[in-house]
Design a protein around this ligand. Structure first.
Ligand SMILES: *Cc1c(COP(=O)(O)O)cnc(C)c1O
Length: 426
């Protein structure tokens, strides 16, 4: 095995350091396999109960009336998330779009949006209007309030209670940490927060940004009281096969509102041709539990290695996980860049490309992104990205297979090692 890795550019030193880190991870990997097994059954059961057939793999063109496969897939999502309805469409272009759609369709002028978990994902700042932008919620007279987490990462119940008022219509909870160094939330934590919010104002809509969280636990936020869960198909639930798309699963009224905004009032879910993507939506969903598990194993392996190297990692290798993201605080721009360049070199596509930091739409500092993917920009595939700012944390995620995730981390570590940015003899 050592020779195979050597042939792939991994030195004996880095390989052995990796093998040592792996030794302690057997139990963690076994736990992940159990979750994958449970979720595989959940997905299979939904596909069977909804009587998915060969004809569902075909798509429609034009208006997309009577798109059997599209409608059935939405039923499958509703089964999996245990919701009344779902909207799963290639016309939803990405996670930000899905979230913007859910917000803009369920909020009206004069309403207030509350984030009780601190600042939302960077790209939502312009959607909400935290950073002023044409078309933002703020421009339509929808106000925004935020309650930050307490310094230990827990919910600030006292101030959340104070922040809920007559205007509060929708509460948004981001499950995954995104580009922050806070911990991600477990489904149970989300359930507690949801119950608390509803105990103060029962009719409030609780929406969860579920990006990166799908299938990392046996339950989803919709199982613990969330009215809407929203995510991207170029992350977990697309299983690496969906070439585009997003989903909103939740209460019938919430999903209907979203459909009227996505297409048009009066048309809603009835239109929207699925073109040729349905086979990949179905097959990707079917593979998603094991793909998410592979990505999680990669994340834990990365945590174990970088902990051993003396860096802060979130979460730690032995901590419970609620998403597939691993952040490693590398403490310098040089290390962040080298790590990302190593990930790029490990990619099946564009391995010869070299990523550098640059400005990105939606982000307020320069960002470096490493991804050599079959689906452009897909972050369920092996990828790493980092905003070039303190504390110089790199966010690593994905890996369609565990062996590839493992190789990616070794390759990134090799890059740091060769540049003299880490010492292996600790
Ligand atoms: C990725 C992500 C988004 C945005 O999704 P895009 O597909 O990149 O637009 C939103 N929230 C969280 C937590 C994410 O991880």
């Amino acid at each position: 095995m050592e020779n195979i890795y050597k042939d792939m550019g991994i030195s004996d030193e880095v390989f052995e350091f990796g093998q040592k880190a792996l030794e302690g991870l057997k139990d963690r990997f076994a736990e992940i396999d159990v979750i994958a097994e449970a979720n595989q059954m959940k997905v299979l059961k939904a596909l069977q109960e909804c009587q998915v057939s060969e004809a569902c793999m075909l798509g429609t063109t034009g208006y997309g009336y009577n798109d059997l496969g599209r409608d059935r897939l939405e039923e499958v999502y509703a089964h999996i998330f245990h919701t009344e309805d779902a909207l799963v469409r290639p016309q939803i272009t990405c996670g930000t779009h899905a979230l913007a759609l859910a917000l803009m369709s369920n909020l009206r002028p004069g309403d207030e949006l509350l984030s009780p978990v601190g600042k939302p994902y960077d790209t939502l700042e312009k959607v909400i209007g935290i950073t002023p932008h044409p078309g933002s919620l703020a421009e339509y007279g929808i106000s925004y309030r935020q309650v930050d987490l307490l310094s230990d990462g827990s919910f600030d119940y006292e101030n959340i209670k104070k922040a809920i008022n007559d205007k509060t219509k929708l509460v948004t909870i981001q499950r995954s940490k995104g580009y922050q160094t806070r911990p991600s939330f477990s489904v149970d934590q989300i359930g507690e927060l949801t119950a608390f919010v509803k105990s103060i104002k029962r009719e409030v809509i609780v929406m969860v940004d579920n990006c990166y969280g799908e299938f990392t636990e046996k339950k989803e936020p919709s199982d613990v009281g969330a009215d809407m869960v929203v995510g991207s198909l170029i992350k977990n639930p697309g299983g690496g096969l969906a070439p585009i798309g997003g989903y909103i699963a939740g209460k019938k009224e919430c999903v209907e509102n979203a459909s009227y905004r996505l297409t048009s009032p009066g048309l809603g879910k009835e239109v929207g041709a699925s073109l040729g993507v349905l086979k990949d939506f179905y097959q990707g969903l079917f593979l998603s539990p094991t793909v998410a598990a592979s990505a999680e194993k990669g994340a834990i392996f990365a945590a174990a290695i970088y902990e051993a190297l003396g860096f802060d990692v979130i979460p730690k290798a032995d901590e419970k996980r609620h998403d597939i993201i691993q952040s490693v605080v590398l403490r310098s721009a040089e290390r962040v860049i080298a790590f990302c360049q190593g990930i790029q070199k490990a990619s099946p596509v564009d391995s010869m490309a070299m990523p550098y930091p640059d400005d990105m739409p939606g982000y307020d500092s320069q960002v470096i992104m490493a991804a050599g993917n079959f689906i452009s920009g897909s972050s369920i595939e092996l990828s790493a990205d980092a905003p070039i700012r303190e504390p110089y944390a790199v966010y690593f995620q994905g890996g369609l297979t565990w062996p590839h995730a493992k190789f990616g981390i070794l390759r990134a570590t090799e890059e740091l090692y060769e540049k003299g940015l880490i010492e292996l003899n600790r």
